[in-house]
Write a protein that binds this ligand. Sequence first.
Ligand code: UTP
Length: 298
Amino acid sequence: MKKTQIKKAVIPAAGLGTRFLPATKALPKEMLPIVDIPTIQYIVEEASESGIEEILIITNANKHCMENHFDKNYELEARLYESNKLAEAEMIDAIAHMANIYYVRQKEPKGLGHAILCAKSFIGNEPFAVLLGDDVVINKKGKPALKQLMNAYEEVASSIVGVQEIDLSQVHKYGIVAPSKDYPSEGKLTKLFDMIEKPDQHHAPSNLAVLGRYILDPEIFSFLEDQEAGAGGEIQLTDAIRRLMIKHSVYSYHFDGIRYDVGDKFGFIKATIDFALDRKDLHDKVTTYLKELAQSMS
Ligand code: UTP
């Protein structure tokens, strides 16, 4: 099997974030902090820990603060050093060196497929990773979700979508994969024969949902270029992958890790509680508060 290393990643972050209005009127949802770290920083960290060398963030006119976040801030650093806040100064400096990050604007929010198409000239003719800007995956005991997919790519050298099982009542919110017949005998890596965007419960081919991580072959761009608008009037990545599948093999990989949909209010609240409980400085206070709250509600 050919072994092409995945070196570039695309993070689409140009959506309108309507589920988070009014917070997202002026602030991109990718900058909403989970405790004190903006969501997009967790995504960039995952890409960087997976060995990605260059990251392209798809932004829109409203998203300058993302660029500022990953840039140097000499004035702030100087002030922190002056007031002897060395740990804070080093932390601010480290964020600016996390990865080589580039930006391109999606001029209109025409959908995820259209956002990925904006990466065409940056990617060129090599396979690449996609991490959605509002899907955070934590896998403390093992490899980052993206690295798991990158390793699987080395086996099959073909496009892969990251999936996990979801409750059947939720399938109408996701791209759902249809594994080929030998599923589940192949284990985590499964060849697909179809993929459906937001099916209703009775027409879902499985309960395996595509959850924000992809490895795509560059052939996807030729399908995105003439992809018509699909669900929600948007150019859907799922529809283009479905067409890619007719000519090239596409696999799903069932990744390990807890995934938080932080573009959804409840997903964001769950992430905030879990991440706070995981912090040494907050664990005890949050635990005590949650216990008191549970008692007062019982
Ligand atoms: P979502 O559908 O979750 O984002 O897209 P959204 O459209 O911002 O959400 P709501 O429904 O209005 O609240 C998944 C990812 O794709 C990006 C989003 O920023 C998000 O990270 N996206 C979506 C784009 O970059 N461009 C688009 O046109 C649409």
